[in-house]
Design a binder for this molecule. Structure first.
Ligand SMILES: [Cu+2]
Length: 78
């Protein structure tokens, strides 16, 4: 199953296709869509970013329907 990761300043609820409302809050705070399983096993991605401003952010999956069905969480930067 496809998944992705982005940290955004947007808050839930999220639309079925959240990419327009979930721009990355920081440079590098996202991954591309991870592709489906292959014969080699699970896909993985990593990213790194500097959370340059304190605040409350949301991390979520931008694959259509995932964030709308709860695939998100809160990231608190202090
Ligand atoms: Cu997902």
């Amino acid at each position: 199953m496809l998944h992705s990761f982005v940290v955004t300043a947007a808050r839930p609820p999220f639309a079925y296709m959240p990419t327009m409302q979930a721009a990355p809050a920081f440079a590098g705070a996202m991954t591309p869509f991870l592709t489906a399983l292959s014969g080699a096993g699970a896909q993985r991605a990593s990213t790194s970013f500097a959370a340059a401003a304190a605040g409350e952010y949301t991390y979520l999956c931008t694959v259509p329907g995932h964030a709308a069905n709860g695939m998100y969480g809160r990231l608190l930067v202090q």
